[in-house]
Design a protein around this ligand. Structure first.
Ligand SMILES: Cc1ncc(COP(=O)(O)O)c(C=O)c1O
Length: 394
């Protein structure tokens, strides 16, 4: 039977990272994969996570399954991290299901959405993270795109976005990136979030927020101001949150699907559907990352240490953006100031596919064909090399 299968083409991002690993060029630079790297080119473990891990290893007396919904302390900490103490109230209107990473959260959210509205169309930004369509499409959801990033102005085409979203109706889902839009780094202003809230109220669509970078754009609060505005005004919101980047728990697969409903009855129903979906897809979530995140978020000392380290990481990425935009503008006599206005790890450099591929072949500089780079993979050793290479094709 298996000989019927043909070989699939590799994942567009992971495939390029593999190509880079196999490249014998000693000067190669990988700006493809979305992980934060420090000055030494290492994706570090947060100090608070290390300490929580030591405590956990000393305390843990069982490896029995977690409940299907996940660890209670983690879930409660994530509810307040995302929605804030005020908004969460007693939290009875919010369902939280611990998931394997943000991907798992998107999958559980999609399963619940498909149960609520099997014919739902999901509106996704053009461009978006390339995994959204295969991941959410695997439960049978259909897609339409809305204009988002304007390569000419290097910013959000909000008029185009609002005009396209006029087609989103009751029973449809609009997928928004909570902050640090992947792949563009171009985020909505709070005023624009407010405009989306007006549209959702008038047209009746539901909003799903993919929140993979809370704390990595501006800070932990500002990065969720838009989604909190929506939750407040709409009374209904779905969030797929990830602890991969902001707690550095990538390989531990730690995420949460949050269903902010109008009341406790809605919460009970979404919870039952979320649990059913989890049981069908993977049964119980992995424990380690969530137990670490739960400790870090709820222990005041660990929390303070984590918040400080996250702020430093965020500040360093902003600094890398400032340097890259200034140096590239100077070297090329072109305006790259947009890089310093964008948020998070990603930006498009605005190169053609041929230029991006040429840099890979001639210089061992790896970026996506779209010229999307991971700014957090830059450091003082490779910054000037990257700038020289980019300037050479402009
Ligand atoms: C926009 C976006 N959503 C979701 C995820 C999923 O993250 P996780 O690794 O936690 O599954 C990512 C990871 O890169 C992402 O960039």
């Amino acid at each position: 039977m298996l000989e019927q299968l043909s070989v699939l083409s590799p994942d567009p991002i992971l495939g390029l990272a593999a190509e880079c690993r196999a490249d014998p060029n000693p000067n190669k630079i990988d700006l493809t994969v979305g992980i934060y790297m420090d000055e030494a080119g290492v994706c570090p473990v947060f100090q608070a996570v290390r300490q929580a891990q030591e405590q956990l290893v000393a305390d843990e007396i069982t490896k029995a399954y977690l409940p299907a919904a996940g660890d209670a302390a983690y879930l409660s900490a994530m509810k307040s991290l995302v929605f804030g103490e005020v908004l969460a109230g007693d939290g009875a209107n919010i369902t939280a299901i611990q998931t394997p990473g943000g991907c798992g959260a998107l999958r559980i959210a999609s399963e619940v959405l498909a149960a609520a509205a099997p014919d739902a169309t999901v509106w996704i930004s053009n461009p978006t993270w390339p995994v959204h369509i295969p991941l959410m499409g695997s439960v049978g959801l259909k897609f339409k795109t809305y204009r988002y990033y304007d390569p000419v102005s290097h910013g959000v085409d909000f008029d185009g976005m609002a005009s396209d979203l006029k087609g989103a109706k009751k029973g449809d889902v609009v997928l928004l990136h909570g902050c640090c839009h992947n792949p563009s780094g171009a985020d909505l202003t709070l005023e624009q979030w407010g405009h989306i809230a007006d549209m959702a109220l008038t047209q009746g669509f539901t909003v799903l927020v993919d929140l993979a970078y809370q704390g990595m754009g501006t800070d932990l609060e500002a990065d969720v101001a838009g989604l909190r505005l929506l939750a407040n005004r709409l009374g209904e919101l779905i969030v797929a949150a990830s602890c991969s980047k902001n707690l550095g728990l990538y390989r531990e697969r730690t995420g949460v699907a949050l269903f902010f409903g109008r009341n406790a009855q809605v919460a009970e129903a979404t919870h039952s559907h979320g649990l059913g979906a989890a049981r069908r897809v993977y049964s119980m979530p992995p424990a380690h990352g969530a137990l670490l995140a739960g400790r870090v978020l709820s222990d005041p000392t660990l929390r303070a240490s984590w918040e400080l380290e996250l702020q430093e990481i965020c500040a360093r990425m902003i600094d890398l953006r400032t340097q890259l935009s200034a140096k590239l503008s100077e070297k090329t006599n072109q305006d790259f100031s947009f890089i310093s206005k964008e948020k998070g790890m990603f930006s498009f450099l605005g190169l053609s596919v041929e230029q991006a591929r040429g840099l890979r072949k001639e210089r061992g500089l790896y970026m996506l064909d779209s010229s999307r780079i991971n700014v957090a993979a830059l450091n003082q050793q490779n910054m000037d090399i990257v700038i020289d290479a980019v300037a050479s094709v402009l």
